[in-house]
Design a protein around this ligand. Structure first.
Ligand code: MIC
Ligand code: SF4
Length: 644
């Protein structure tokens, strides 16, 4: 029996377990990445572990999220990250160098290697044939220290791409079609592996767009083969020595299959407030637009920007529209500047933003009240743009650019014939914004620079045998980590200060939650299906930990958030019968007994609702390792005790 690309990479990195679907496996991690919004905490955790130098083949620390710097906090975080990177053997990508996933794809990703990153869109490098996975900061810190990374052995979905795309239909439309079919829950516990003749028609940056937004499916990751198109990209980046060929065996066995006829796809758009609320652009044509934003780690490659420049050249942005453009990296921006295409973009009236996440994470450019904002990004969760009543639509750069000119949503196929856009033979290579770490003998003298806003990891305590606590919050389905721990320009500067950021926990759902939880001392959250989807931010577990949340009881969890809860020592419990969800009300007194035993060896536990005496059976699906972590009070304590 042959192997899939996923199995080939996983088996060559397997440290624990076997590739049996649904069981926990441990894999060796070759590369890590962090960004600044999750990185400060990841490096606080790394420093607490006491490993002098990273033990990976390559670890890179990026600064791309918190670049608005409206106070000292972000700049202090950047300085802290830079100093830890220098001391601990980590490459430091300075602010201005670009968005972590775009830069990692260009300069560091290597086919066949494993990468974890403290950001949910780390799978972008799946476009290069890597197994690249988003994780919580603490998992990344452990991997930097040489520790094994654990995941549930995924089911593998074969997505066969047939034929080729029609003019002005692009990679974004492919992933929107996958989202339309599978939904935001459809990828949980799975790797999405692309194959078929259609794959060869897509360049690495196009594949990266698709792998990037696989995060919105809840997938563990997405992966493409490494083939002649991969070699073409690596050559153009001056990195052909990093190439290895990698493809699935012809008799490889998959768990599920999906076929997409590329020639039948039309331009698509994800409507508010979920990336799977997908419609055809043609159905929405004529809708008035207030804002258009082009960029983010999904769609900010050189070719994306060249298409935009071509569409905008010699025209003017519609008078009622504000168009913002953020090229994904310094390499992209510099090449656009040299070719004159940047001038075409500026000439049309676009507002040029720095090469960073910016508006994608609510760092500026919030739309007007009730505004319609078209974005080439990957997430349109409620409130993420900074304007709660705005409607955010996710679409391709082609659709975004023509709509910005016309002032209404417009099908880009109206542009008529399309010139061919090909990758440059040579990208402009200048890594001068990547600071190398100090040599091992010099690193002792490097000082770690901590600003006053950088506080310690919250207090943890070992698991207690009984929890008697009030349900401090009951939520519905598909709660995102943006609901739990919102981002945006006001809250992001608090990422390295858990006591302060906790005051905003669940702000968009129930602003009274933080105070209520704190005054209760201990509490339990009850939620619906796919709880914790979206961003990898471990703050969505650390803030509840600080506020005294002991357990989260839901219908089902999203992968990264569940792992972050375990890492924080918070019990992740699921209903045995989903209908029991209806029996609990917010404010009910809930109790769990015999936890030490159950966490040590059980797979179920009964929770009693003291208000009405109802006994609710819950599932406790834990690996042996997770049992020990929870008993110790979290991964940090567990790692420390193991090291002793
Ligand atoms: C996001 O797109 O939501 C983020 C901001 O990049 C997050 C990380 C974070 O919250 O810092 C992610 O995707 O993991
Ligand atoms: Fe940055 Fe947006 Fe990508 Fe997250 S999704 S890494 S905020 S560009």
């Amino acid at each position: 029996m042959g192997y899939t690309v996923t199995e080939k990479i996983l088996s060559s990195h397997l440290v624990e377990g076997s590739l049996e679907r649904g069981t926990e496996i441990g894999i060796k991690i070759d590369q890590t990445l962090t960004q600044d919004a999750t990185g400060t905490m990841a490096y606080i955790e790394y420093e607490a572990m006491g490993v002098p130098r990273v033990r990976t083949e390559r670890s890179v620390a990026y600064v791309d999220h918190n670049t608005l710097q409206t106070g000292f906090e972000n700049a202090d975080d950047h300085r802290f990250i830079g100093s830890v990177a220098k001391k601990r053997g980590i490459y430091f990508s300075r602010p201005g160098n670009g968005i972590c996933h775009q830069v990692h794809l260009e300069r560091f990703g290597i086919p066949g290697k494993t990468l974890i990153g403290s950001d949910s869109h780390t799978p972008t490098c799946g476009g290069l044939g890597m197994i690249a996975i988003g994780a919580g900061g603490l998992d990344v810190a452990v991997a930097m220290g040489g520790g094994t990374y654990y995941i549930t052995c995924p089911r593998i979905v074969r997505v066969e791409l047939r034929g080729s795309l029609c003019p002005w239909v692009s990679a974004k439309d492919i992933i929107l079609e996958v989202l339309r079919r599978l939904t935001v829950k459809g990828g949980v516990g799975k790797v999405i592996e692309y194959c078929g003749e259609g794959v060869k028609t897509l360049s690495v940056p196009e594949r990266a767009t698709i792998a990037n937004m696989g995060a919105e499916l809840g997938a563990t990751t997405s992966v493409f083969p490494s083939d002649e198109r991969t070699l073409e990209f690596l050559k153009a980046q001056g990195r052909e020595k990093d190439f290895t060929e990698l493809s699935a065996d012809s008799d490889a066995v998959y768990d599920e299959e999906l076929i997409i006829e590329l020639g039948e796809l039309e331009p698509l758009v994800a409507c508010p407030h979920s990336p799977d609320n997908v419609k055809k652009v043609s159905e929405l044509e004529g809708m008035k637009v207030d804002q258009v934003l082009i960029g983010s780690c999904t769609n900010s490659s050189l070719t994306d920007m060249q298409k935009v420049a071509y569409i905008l050249k010699g025209k003017t942005v519609h008078p009622d529209v504000s168009l913002g453009i953020a090229p994904g990296s310094k390499q992209v921006l510099d090449m656009l500047a040299r070719s004159g295409e940047l001038s075409d973009i500026i000439g049309a009236g676009a507002r040029i933003l720095e090469s960073a996440c910016g508006p994608c994470i609510g760092m500026g450019q919030s739309p007007n009240s009730g505004g319609v904002s078209l974005r080439t990004f990957n997430r349109n969760f409620l409130g993420r743009s900074g304007t709660k009543d705005a409607g955010i639509y996710l679409l391709s750069p082609e659709t975004a650019a023509i709509s910005a000119l016309r002032g209404v949503i417009t099908d880009p196929r109206r542009l008529g014939s399309m010139p061919s856009f090909t990758l440059p033979e040579k990208y402009l290579i200048n890594d001068n914004m990547v600071t190398l770490p100090a040599e091992p003998e010099e690193c002792k003298s490097v000082e770690v620079l901590k600003g006053p806003n950088i506080k310690d990891y919250p207090k943890t305590s070992p698991l207690e045998d009984a929890i008697d606590a009030v349900c401090s919050l009951k939520t519905g389905d598909n709660i995102t980590t943006d609901h739990i721990m919102p981002a945006g320009s006001k809250i992001l500067p608090l990422r390295s200060n858990i006591p302060e950021i906790s005051k905003h926990c669940f702000e968009v759902v129930d602003p009274g939650f933080p105070e209520r939880a704190l005054s209760l001392g201990k509490s339990i959250i009850v939620g619906g299906a796919n709880y914790g989807q979206g961003s990898s931010r471990e703050h969505a577990a650390l803030a509840p930990l600080y506020l005294g949340v002991k357990a989260v009881v839901v219908k089902s969890f999203a992968r990264i958030h569940r792992a972050n809860l375990v890492n924080a020592g918070i019990l992740p419990l699921t209903f045995e019968n989903e209908s029991d969800y209806d029996k609990i009300s917010q404010g009910d007194r809930l109790s769990l007994d015999g936890l030490l035993d159950a966490v040590a060896k059980g797979d179920s536990i009964v929770m009693t609702d003291r208000e009405n005496g109802t006994r609710i059976p819950l599932r406790l699906e834990l690996s042996e390792r997770e049992r020990k972590i929870l008993a110790a009070g979290g991964l940090l304590d567990y790692t420390r005790t193991k090291a002793r």
